[in-house]
Write a protein of this length. Sequence first.
Length: 303
Amino acid sequence: MPRLKQAVGRVATLILVPSAVAVPLGPTWAVLSGVVAAGHWHWQGSTLLSLIVVVFVTEILWSSWRAQLVDADWKQWAHTHPLPTRGGPMPALPYTKPDSPLGRSLAYIGRVRLWIQEVLPDERRGVLIATFALPPLILLLSVLVSMHMLTLSVAALSVVILEWRAAAKEENHVALRAALEIGLSWLAGHLVAAPLTPVSFILACCYATAYQGILSVERLHEPGARAVARPFVFLLSGQLVAGLVVLLAGREAPHLGAVVLGFLIIPQLLLLTGASLPDHSHAYARRVAPFLMLAMPIAAWAA
């Protein structure tokens, strides 16, 4: 079986491939907005290193594990590459008969091992191995940052598992993805610099809701998508509530911040009037995404 041309490591290789999403570097942008919302950033070596690790964990590791668990078509892979009828030799254990429960378990493990080693293509084998290898790496790097980051990573892994179960049942799971990529990432960035505040938590929820709207807009062209009005309810209501929070609880020029956030919503409404949905839903999501990305740090600064 030919090896991947990109593979250069003797044991393992990390290949970074840009994903086609409407909000590029969304988790990174959320982390930096969380740092801005904290308002107590100090350019010290240890803090900057922690921020780099947090960006790597949220942008690369969280998203990679989610993509491998949720987006990978495991059912199709199992159908295309079924388990072999007989497995490879397994180490014999004392007092273990082939027809005993333990013996049957060992035989099944041997089939799975042979399936991974000889049946699966290289790229899918790497996805399978990474699915089991990434969670320990995520938790290890998180505990090096802080216990808060470890707690958020446990929550992130739990959210991904919930999304995986929802996707397996063909249920709508964009809210869970938005909570992972924007909500938890914002909280991780804030906790790098300072303890979490209620205003920052509310803003994280608001922009996770708005991001859910963008993800829902991207899915409008898919069969069985929700009514057209619902994604824009999430997209606009999240930003409107964020502007209201800035106006009522902002510390740095709340009136100016709320006005700017309001003006950033106007182009999104104008683009909506000229868009042909759901045929051009993906193009509309890409066009409104920069306004959402710009609104996040502005709201974080004003709050």
